[in-house]
Design a protein around this ligand. Structure first.
Ligand code: HPA
Length: 272
């Protein structure tokens, strides 16, 4: 069965649980899953119950699809994502994004934990993604094109909507802080980078490094969705500070910045 038909089956199942049609899809990154508490919930569906839906094995990713509303806007939140470094094929990494679009979402808000390459950033900072560099060695739209999703070749200039980024920057300012913008560079992982890699990535123009997001954004653009990306700098990237990087720190910082992150998305989503 092809990805479109699998996604359609997943959508048909989700429709048996709720009639809510989401206009915005939100993918919640490592340590950021508790944002889902802001949703006036219509349905919480464990990924395991949805046909063809991949599950994440990573601690800190819970694995629920949540449908409901935030400030009157209908949303679908994806609490937990499948990463390529877990061994998932691209089709699984992008499956939730495909399903979100087929459910009706025209906008994708994608969030992640990232390492800070830009030395102007601090641990705990939120950064709006302005653009990305895909160094994962693969592409989510690889393989035969399904025209029901989109065209074979598609534009990636302004993949991260300037309009939505400006909205996020304005809402952050209203909340009392400056939201920086930066370029997100994606690696496959799961090893964190070496200091030499981080120096190289800085030379390439990257401000942030992480192991997710770019594939979801590629398929979102394939399907014509408007994208807002927000990174949480959970740590400074390898070699920036004289200390090791660990995943529990990634989750701890997520918990510390949860309030600020939640406030930003709660302010932005009703204005999308
Ligand atoms: N590198 C890659 N991915 C990450 C990092 C990092 O330093 N921090 C959080 N996700």
């Amino acid at each position: 069965m092809n990805q479109y038909d699998k996604a359609a089956e997943a959508v048909a199942y989700i429709r048996t649980r709720t009639s809510l049609v989401p206009s915005v899809a939100i993918i919640l990154g490592s340590g950021l899953g508790s944002f889902a508490q802001q949703i006036a919930t219509d349905a919480v569906i464990p990924y395991a119950e949805i046909p063809h839906f991949p599950h994440s094995t990573v601690v800190g990713h819970s694995g629920n699809l949540i449908l409901g509303t935030i400030g009157g806007v209908s949303v679908v939140a994806l609490q937990g994502r499948a990463h390529a470094y877990e061994g998932h094929p691209m089709e699984s990494v992008t499956f939730a994004t495909r399903v979100a679009k087929l459910l009706g979402a025209g906008t994708l808000v994608v969030t992640n934990a990232a390492g800070g390459i830009n030395t102007g950033y601090r641990q705990g900072a939120l950064v709006a993604i302005a653009d990305h560099i895909n160094l994962t060695g693969t592409n989510a739209a690889l393989g035969p094109n399904d025209a029901r999703f989109g065209d074979r070749f598609f534009d990636m200039s302004n993949a991260y909507s300037p309009r939505l980024r400006e909205l996020a920057v304005a809402e952050a300012a209203r909340l009392g802080y400056e939201l920086n913008s930066g370029v997100y560079l994606a690696v496959l992982g799961p090893s964190f980078e070496t200091p030499a890699e981080i120096r190289a990535f800085r030379t390439l123009g990257a401000d942030l490094v992480g192991m997710s997001t770019v594939h979801e954004v590629i398929v979102a653009r394939h399907m014509g969705m408007e994208v807002l990306g927000i990174s949480l700098v959970t740590n400074m990237a390898a070699g920036v500070l004289d200390e090791a990087i660990n995943h529990s720190e990634v989750l701890d910082i997520g918990r510390q910045v949860e309030g600020q992150f939640t406030a930003l998305l709660t302010a932005v989503i009703p204005k999308i």
